[in-house]
Design a protein around this ligand. Sequence first.
Ligand code: GKR
Ligand code: MG
Length: 442
Amino acid sequence: MSIPKVVKMVVYPVAGYDSMLLNLSGAHGPFFTRNVTIMWTDEGQMGVSEVPGGPKITKIIEGAKDFIIGSSIGEFKNILQKVRSKFAGVDKGGRGNQTYDERTLVHAVTAIETCYLDLLGKHFHLPVAALLGDGQQREKVGVLGYLFYVGDINKTDAPYIRDDDNSDAWGKTRRKPHMTADSIVEEAEAAYERYGFKTFKLKGGVFDGEEEVKAMKALHKEFPDAKLDLDPNGAWSLKQALHYADEMKHDLFYIEDPCGAENGFSGREILSEFSKITHMPVATNMVDTDWRQMNHALELNAISIPLADPHFWTMEGAIRVAQLCNEFNLNWGVHSNNHFDISLAMVANTAAAAPGKIYDVDTHWIWQDGQNLTKNPYKIENGQLTVPKTNEGLGIEVDLAAVKKAHQLYVDNNCGARDDAKGMQCYIPGWKFDPKKPSMVR
Ligand code: GKR
Ligand code: MG
């Protein structure tokens, strides 16, 4: 049996439409960006991946081409090693303070790794989930409903999408403003109707903590059986976090990055104090995002739910985190950013291979649902994604015409890396990011 070789690779910087979602870093702009990579083999197979956008990541993936073209698909681990060493040191600034990741190399490595895994799965007629860690653990993967405060697009001239899906309450409401507790409940109801979520997460760090507590209490009243999470991205001081956590102790199932670094103490040290005092399960995508941070987080017992996004741990790395969680009685979950349906397939396969009891995974897909780059996107039904054991590779067929169109959108709008500060300036002129202040509190 011959082993397929990669003969061509193209990176497509792509853009899609978004709502004006609010967070600690500001407001999402009208477009979100991603890098879609496609590899072709001499047998005509396509392997695909999707990672965060921005030219720095595009450049690294393109800069790895010489290692990739001509390689057999079985060689991928050696190739990833070469990419890591060629580009070591590009991320001098680390992850940064923003709610989103500012690193680049790990995303580029994930882009390359995933294409190879997709190709290997197709070659062996197995889902990617079966190639990761100890193999596929489940077919059904629980997904949470990711709720946001949403700004009013009529307050800006930016070309936000409108009326793109009037098929049901969710399609309509996702482009409308949602700035109050009652409105967040309406959002959740519409999302529940379409997707059947059993867990909801609200992105906080937008309004004063008391207002966000009010929203969580309203959600708990409406969905008493749902598991709830609030994520202010470390905006609160330890003192505030303890106060709000106490107010929500009967409402939340877990809390995410309630506080972070302060007064010379690291985010992990502060979360360790928070965990010891409250005994609440604490999730993070801010202070435990690589193995060095993991070491400190574990020594301090700072958190109990590392949100191991495959986009910044790699797919294999996210599974190593899941194995550790399973052995050490931690809970594994997945973090997300805006994404297309290729990333949805990556997350579904990763979670399907994660051992043990895992938390319902994060996804922003509900805000993009319909903007497909594949001919057969995974569907969220009954709060779950399904990865059939009969799948091959990621289980998706990429729609090249749709990818090229999304690339054109990126080019036509002069898109690049994410900048949430811009969007917020229509509400608060001259708005600037402050990691310790909710974005609407100035
Ligand atoms: O999409 O605005 C957003 C989120 O705030 C995202 O950037 C975060 O990285 O979802 C993420 C989180 O859980 O913190
Ligand atoms: Mg978070």
